[in-house]
Design a protein around this ligand. Structure first.
Ligand SMILES: NC(=O)c1ccc[n+]([C@@H]2O[C@H](COP(=O)([O-])OP(=O)(O)OC[C@H]3O[C@@H](n4cnc5c(N)ncnc54)[C@H](OP(=O)(O)O)[C@@H]3O)[C@@H](O)[C@H]2O)c1
Length: 231
């Protein structure tokens, strides 16, 4: 990619399928070593190293990050993508469901950023990409827990932009609209009013293309946020 920034080592969370898997394929295609973290192990990919970990479990997450740093070093690019999606009205959202959304959508990327960004700052370079959602800015019914978590993701990102401005560490929020991945399987959007059909949704690689584009801009260019939706 002429003029783009080289990526030698990348961490992609939630890379076993969907958007994260597509990001890992694109980054590996650029010659990067890609550490893929998720609970299940994805199909083999040349250039990828797989770490099976529940990122909502603080001890397991810390151990996985220890391993990343000891065996591979500080990533050039971190794609904090792992997440869950819940579609439920407020009155059907239990404390346990809310905690589940917050643990994987907010606490995990927060803790990963807190561990890795200071090391990138010390080195003077790095890119941190958070995956938000159309629901990190817009309200939709049945999104109480999901939107609370994704508004939190956007808030985290906006603070990181300010805290790391001028440090050499650049932060990007990528907020996709509906994307045809397994998160939709339990909800059957084709059969519900007010939802795009799966055929109209973005494809995981559409989102991956935007993420990898932002991650590989020349260092003089900082992409703070990208919002993309179905055409
Ligand atoms: N699809 C959409 O319409 C859409 C729209 C806007 C934003 N997003 C966001 O895009 C991101 C990726 O979603 P996706 O649509 O690609 O979903 P997906 O296909 O279900 O992929 C989610 C990924 O996150 C991983 N993950 C989930 N919980 C985890 C945990 N506790 N520990 C480690 N890994 C975990 C999953 O792996 P394992 O199950 O193997 O752990 C999987 O690799 C999420 O942040 C989501 O909120 C999606």
């Amino acid at each position: 990619m002429p003029g783009s920034c080289a990526v030698r080592l990348a961490l992609v969370t939630g890379a076993s399928r969907g958007i994260g898997a597509a990001v890992a394929i694109r980054l590996a295609g650029l010659g990067a070593t890609v550490v893929r973290m998720s609970r299940s192990t994805p199909p083999t990919l040349e250039g990828a190293v797989d770490v099976a970990v529940d990122l909502a479990d603080p001890d397991a997450r810390d151990a996985a990050l220890d391993r990343l740093l000891a065996e591979h070093g500080i990533p050039d690019v971190v794609v904090n993508n792992a997440g869950g999606f819940l579609l439920a009205p407020l009155e059907e959202t239990s404390d346990a469901l809310l905690r589940e959304q917050l643990a994987i959508n907010v606490e995990a990327p927060f803790a990963i950023a807190r561990r890795l960004l200071p090391l990138m700052r010390k080195r003077g370079s790095g890119r941190h990409l958070l995956v938000g959602s159309v629901a990190d800015l817009r309200a939709f019914p049945e999104n109480a827990a999901y939107s609370a978590s994704k508004f939190g993701v956007r808030g985290l990102h906006e603070v990181l932009v300010e805290e790391y401005r001028g440090s050499g560490v650049q932060c990007t929020l990528v907020s996709p609209g509906p994307t045809d991945t397994t998160v939709w399987d339990p909800f059957d959007p084709d059969a519900r009013d007010g939802f795009p059909g799966r055929a109209e949704m973005l494809r995981p690689d559409d989102v991956a293309e935007a993420i990898v584009w932002a991650a590989t801009r020349p260092v003089r260019s900082h992409v703070e946020s990208i919002r993309l939706g179905p055409g």
